[in-house]
Ligand binder design. Sequence first.
Ligand code: GLN
Length: 233
Amino acid sequence: MVREIRLVLTIATLLPDLLGTYGDGGNGLVLAERARRRGNDVRLVTMELGDELPEAEIYLLGGGEDGPQRLARDLLIEGSFHARVEGGATVLAVCAGLQILGESFSVEGDDEFEGLGIVDVRTKRARTRSVGELLVDVGGRALVGFENHGGETSLGDGVTPLGRVRRGRGNDGNFDGFRSGSIWATYAHGPVLALNPWLADELLQSVLGHALEPLVSVADDLYNERVAALNSR
Ligand code: GLN
């Protein structure tokens, strides 16, 4: 008997009640919709306060205020998140999400807090807050978004930045975010995957293991407008 095996892709938005600044939860909606429109079966699930970590192929972490960020760190350090990531799950982390994946962070004062220790990056409090438009060159493609954070992040040896900052500050004024194994991280809000459809597709392609059919939508026009506007300033 021939059995058809259909893979269900599970995307989990983690703790949006703590890490939901600027609607970063929209990243899950964008990924799920772009995968569905290419014929994939997708489950989009949310881990809220008090929930167990769901099993998923993609985990999404958003931005957050300093206090909730520490609580999210506590909740994720206790559970099986580390093991899921070591097992190959893909992660997209934005801002506070990026910071908690690292070894340590201090953003609201000089106290240093332990991170999840999943990636060799450290975040210190910067002298000034980074607020405004962000334009990043990611391997020749423009990533647009906006940032609002007090932290400055340095990457350990062997951790590759996601891209080079053209406008704004990102990690440190030179680079934004990082790539480490199956982890993608950026300071860009937007939600970043709604503003940058190409990044959503790169992420999906890396998880699905094959190229996706092009998906033309108004999101591409808005993206092109934003890139042109930022480049002309
Ligand atoms: N609380 C962190 C900081 O200020 C992250 C902020 C955010 O996620 N926008 O650096």
